[in-house]
Design a protein around this ligand. Structure first.
Ligand code: PMV
Length: 339
């Protein structure tokens, strides 16, 4: 069986130059057709393909620089190397730069408002991969960096582009064909509203949640084929721009994913009473003509999707929401500064 170490060794190691300081940016993303379930835990290979919209200026900026010793600053705080988040980051850096690497300082900050309650391993690992690629001058294609970032976080595969991105699940046992790609859309009208319900840390990581669901949910066997069919239909709706089909599918797909979790034994529920209140309010508003749909991930917050023409109506119906324009000339994905 191929290991992450072997994949990084053959993809990256003969391209490494001595490091220099580089800063890179990657946006976070929200799946409109979800990734839920792994076929290979070590390589983070998914059981189904997924498709997302990137969140423009909501993302992660990361600087990698040569240093006297390893240091990691996360949102202005020094992180103990043994903290779980730090250990995942250093493991990825070791994969990328090899076991003999020189010490590095990593400074990373999220531009996502904490009040939005969106933790972002997606933008975090994408920005780290882009910063390492710049720092070591490996000049890898975004699809290759996406394939590598997958081994830090699955959803990071989709954070290498603005706008829509798909993560093709691939078929190769070593996962070389399991990475993100940009999806061109007919329209830039999509808007997102984050409706905060619970902004604290989540009780179960998405990794633990999906493993538990795959292992114990009697509804899970129906998920991978349904999710692949939804993903293909969502991509067609994006490409041809049919917002009603896109919204309907995205909402149904998210609820089906949550249904697999609720059927797990014991049950797993990321949704809280407040999430259901938002859904209820949305369904009532939709009955009265609001053209908006919901999606939820491994947390209680609800994300609404709608077209720009509905922005004022969404803001009135959900005054607590933060509205994002994914297409409002966000800063470019990739290296933003060399020193
Ligand atoms: O790769 P992770 O650990 O960020 O898992 C993402 C899981 C969901 O957010 C629930 C779905 C998705 O496709 O982003």
């Amino acid at each position: 069986m191929t290991t992450p170490t072997e994949i990084f060794a053959r993809t990256v190691h003969d391209r490494l130059s001595p490091p220099r300081a580089v800063t890179a940016y990657a946006p976070s993303n929200i799946a409109l057709s979800k990734y839920w379930g792994k076929r290979d835990a070590a390589l983070n290979l998914p059981l189904n393909s997924s498709l997302s919209i990137s969140l423009g200026d909501w993302g992660t900026t990361t600087t990698v620089a040569p240093a006297d010793r390893d240091t990691l600053i996360f949102n202005d705080k020094s992180l103990d190397p043994d903290a779980p988040a730090a250990a995942k980051i250093w493991r990825f850096v070791d994969y990328f730069a090899g076991p003999e690497r020189a010490p590095l300082s990593i400074t990373t900050s999220n531009t996502i408002p904490t009040a939005a309650g969106l933790a972002s391993s997606a933008s975090g690992f994408a920005a780290l991969a882009l910063a390492l690629d710049g720092a070591f001058d490996t000049a890898l294609a975004p699809e290759t960096l996406s394939m590598l970032a997958r081994m830090g976080s699955g959803s990071a595969t989709r954070s290498f582009w603005h706008g829509f991105a798909a993560w093709d699940k691939g078929v190769a046992p070593d996962g070389h064909d399991s990475h993100g790609r940009r999806v061109a859309a007919q329209s830039t009208a999509l808007r997102i509203a984050i409706v905060p319900v619970d902004t604290g840390p989540k009780a179960h990581s998405s990794r633990d949640g999906m493993n538990h669901t795959v292992a114990t949910s009697p509804l899970f066997p129906a998920w991978p084929d349904r999710a692949d069919a939804d993903c293909a239909a969502v991509e067609a709706a994006v490409t041809d721009w049919d917002f009603k089909i896109l919204g309907t599918l995205a909402e149904a797909n998210a609820l089906a994913m949550h249904a697999t979790m609720m059927a797990a034994r014991p049950a797993l529920t990321y949704l809280k009473p407040g999430s259901w209140q938002v859904l209820e309010a949305l369904w009532q508003a939709r009955g009265a003509g609001l053209n908006a749909y919901a999606t939820m991930d491994a947390g209680a917050n609800v994300k609404l999707i709608f077209e720009s023409t509905s922005t004022d109506d969404v803001a009135v119906a959900f005054p607590q929401a933060q509205i994002i324009n994914p297409f409002g000339s966000p800063q470019p994905v990739g290296v933003v500064a060399n020193f």
